[in-house]
Design a binder for this molecule. Structure first.
Ligand code: SAM
Length: 310
């Protein structure tokens, strides 16, 4: 995903690495420091000591800031903090996501991310996609229903939804992604395309949606925005309606999170937000996502299902 989202990269930390090489030990940290020292000397000669010293100070300050961010975000995750001035929500913003999606080459239809199942989980991509569809999407989403897909992209999942449901509302913040989706799925008459501006699609009437599906989207959405979407989903779902949302969870290391441009949501945090919105958690699946650490949360808006509802 987005380089802009590499805002996250600000939180990465190079692991200490040592390699056995020709019987001797190569200390990669030492090599790194040697390289930095050489660069310092080069700049000092070319640009003078004051510029080089101040620039080095600036780098150190930025590093300290990144570390502070990591500590603050850990507290935010632990205490489920959202709202004004929360640091996690300075990352993975809607604007960054839109900028990335509007400049992305969508010609592969999103199947390039299906192929990630091989490198990330060592499983056959086709098999993985099939399992996700049968064991998650089709397990819940009933034929003939109305489905809202948030972040449709080029239509990787929209096609399957359109084949099963009576109506699909395909929403995205990126006009470029939606145009690709339209082009790829021109044969389907039951898809309505919704460009989400800075807010949420308000053309959808309240309590009119049976199911919500979103895969590979909320993994890149920050906790503040996620909370906004959950409140919105609650308003749009019919009583008894169900949402299936793929989002970040707990990772083995911060670089694992950063490399996948994951936002600072966790499984517990997501469950907490649901509870705060008065929605009921049905399951949190950690086995089906294409990346270890991710979670697929299924939840429902309780109540009596509508006549055509789920
Ligand atoms: C990695 S692509 C995945 C597309 C599609 N869901 C798929 O799996 O092939 C992420 C998509 O989410 C959209 N997106 C990102 N943030 C969003 C948000 N806050 N609301 C709606 N869509 C969003 C992007 O524009 C992009 O189309």
């Amino acid at each position: 995903m987005p380089d802009a989202l590499a805002g996250n990269a600000r939180c990465s930390r190079m692991p200490r690495q040592r390699l056995e090489f020709d019987g001797g030990r190569v200390d990669l940290d030492a090599e790194l420091y040697r390289r930095r020292w050489r660069k310092f000397q080069k700049y000092r000669k070319e640009r003078g000591l004051p510029w080089t010293a101040l620039f080095t100070l600036r780098l150190l300050a930025l590093r300290t800031l990144k570390r502070l961010d990591r500590w603050i975000i850990a507290i935010e995750q632990d205490r489920f903090l959202i709202g004004e001035n929360t640091v996690a929500s300075e990352y993975n913003t809607l604007e960054e996501n839109r900028k990335w999606a509007d400049s992305y080459d969508w010609s592969r239809g999103g199947e390039e991310w299906t192929n990630d199942a091989r490198s990330l989980r060592a499983i056959d991509p086709g098999e993985w996609k099939n399992r996700l569809v049968t064991e998650m999407m089709l397990k819940y989403i009933r034929p003939g229903s109305v489905v809202l897909e948030m972040g449709a992209g080029a239509g990787r999942w929209t096609r399957i939804l359109a084949q099963r449901c009576s109506r699909v509302l395909a929403a995205d913040i990126s006009e470029v992604a939606l145009n690709n989706c339209k082009k790829n799925l021109a044969d389907y008459q039951n898809i309505q395309y919704l460009l989400v501006g800075n807010g949420l699609p308000d053309e959808i009437p309240d309590e009119s949606v049976d199911f919500i599906w979103s895969y590979d989207v909320f993994v890149h959405v920050n906790p503040n925005d996620t909370a906004r979407y959950l409140a919105y989903f609650k308003g749009k779902l019919k009583p008894g309606g169900i949402a299936i949302i793929h989002h970040p969870g707990e990772y083995r290391s911060s670089s694992d999170r950063v490399n996948g441009w994951r936002s600072f949501m966790t499984g517990r945090f997501f469950a907490h937000l649901l509870e705060g919105n008065g929605m009921r958690l049905l399951e949190q699946n950690r086995a089906l996502p294409h990346k270890w650490g991710d979670v697929i949360t299924v939840f429902t808006k309780d109540g009596k299902p509508g006549r055509n509802g789920p």
